[in-house]
Design a binder for this molecule. Structure first.
Ligand code: GLA
Length: 392
């Protein structure tokens, strides 16, 4: 959909003069590697992508906020007042932007006037590409810009994470909001989730493309499985610190794989497996960063495959559909790495595919995936994009 089309949709639903309208875009994200370790103080390597959420905006002269999403057009225009914001199940998707209004006001950022905002996302919802972080950071960026709050992107990410944790009750880490707020074209964001120090690493993929395969197997992030994994990681850290006596670790990813070997006896099998994944995944992120800097894409692809194996066998957040995509990818010409991305339990996998073989890859994937799972995959080529910004 072009921005002209979005603007005319805005005028149709809100009746505002089109010259007052501003257009913002907020990317989704693909995590190249470093999965399920943002809440374990680990290093992650996500990229912002060209699929995301548009926000078509006009500020109002009263304290009313009216929101509409073209992805949920049947729900119509949803309305609330800046003076009375509380989670409301009936508001459905709108609870994400509403949470951001609420959190900013709670943190002392006074919003002076209401808004009309039309949203449109070309990012599949609930598919592990962070559609919720995309709309949160979009909303915060709009408020930041119109109200001239001067909030830095790092802080925007933290406010949006807080909003999702507290307003929406989803216990996510910082990776999604951070990479969306701080994305850079052609670069990955190497983020230390413990200190929030970060670096833009050139994602020099040469003739390789990041292909996203959406399994179209639905999953809920609010699912207890995500929170249960977090809990198991906390238990692992407590057990390590109890057994250690001397050195106290702040996060699981403070341990190196060899330091962790000393603790293998002190925890039950499931807890051990979660910790083993987190600690080795952190190491794989660092290896991947080195491989990318050295232009060694084959080594990077190997890290992607081993990350997937670990998420499947140790962290146990993969599923038949994601494993099927990775298996089909492995067998294809021009593919050097593949793994699930995001929280897992469904959603998307990514593969690094040589540009000469992308068309063949898509055709074979579509056919074999359907044969093996009975589901239709959606396949996208991701471009690495900048962070959330005003585009018009
Ligand atoms: C979701 C969460 C992130 C992160 C990933 C797994 O996307 O929102 O914080 O934990 O899962 O790496």
């Amino acid at each position: 959909m072009t921005t002209e089309h979005l603007k005319s949709k805005f005028a149709e639903h809100f009746g505002t003069e089109t010259e007052q309208i501003q257009v913002f875009f907020s990317p989704g994200r693909v995590n190249l590697i470093g999965e399920h370790i943002d809440y374990n103080g680990g290093m992650v390597l996500p990229v912002a992508i060209n699929l995301g959420t548009y926000g078509i905006v006009a500020q109002r002269n009263d304290r009313k906020v009216r929101l509409m999403s073209l992805n949920f057009e049947e729900m119509g225009v949803l309305e609330f007042s800046l003076d009375q914001i509380a989670y409301d199940a009936k508001m459905d998707w709108a609870n994400y932007p509403m949470g951001v209004f609420h959190t900013l006001q709670n943190e002392g950022f006074a919003i002076t006037r209401g808004f009309d905002i039309l949203f449109y996302g070309d990012l599949p919802n609930g598919a592990g590409l962070s559609s919720s972080a995309s709309i949160e950071v979009l909303t915060a960026t709009i408020l930041n810009q119109y109200e001239a709050f001067g909030i830095a992107p790092e802080k925007i990410a933290l406010l949006c994470q807080k909003s999702e944790n507290q307003f929406n009750g989803v216990n996510c880490g910082i990776m999604d909001q951070f990479s969306i707020a701080n994305g850079m074209a052609e670069h990955a964001v190497l983020l230390n989730c413990d200190t929030l120090d970060y670096e833009h690493v050139p994602a020099t993929l040469g003739k390789y493309r990041i292909v996203i395969v959406n399994t179209n197997k639905k999953r809920g992030l609010v699912d207890s499985a995500y929170n249960q994994r977090r809990k198991e990681c906390e238990v692992a850290l407590e057990m390590i610190n109890e057994a250690d006596g001397g050195h106290q670790y702040n996060t699981l990813c403070d341990l190196t794989p060899s330091a962790f070997l000393g603790f293998t006896e002190v925890m039950p099998d499931n807890v051990y497996k979660r910790a083993y994944h987190a600690i080795t995944e952190n190491d794989r992120t660092l290896q991947s960063k080195r491989a990318l800097s050295a232009g060694d894409l084959i080594a990077f692809g190997e890290c992607m495959y081993s990350s997937h194996e670990s998420l499947k066998h140790q962290f146990e957040v993969s599923c038949f559909e994601l494993d099927t995509v990775v298996e089909i990818s492995r067998g294809q010409r021009g593919v050097i790495g593949a793994r699930m991305t995001g929280a897992g339990f469904g959603g998307c996998a990514i593969a690094l595919v040589h540009e000469a073989h992308v068309d063949e890859y898509k055709a074979v994937m579509a056919k074999l995936y359907q044969e093996k799972t009975g589901l239709q995959a959606s396949i996208y080529i991701a471009q690495i994009s900048g962070g959330t910004a005003r585009v018009e």
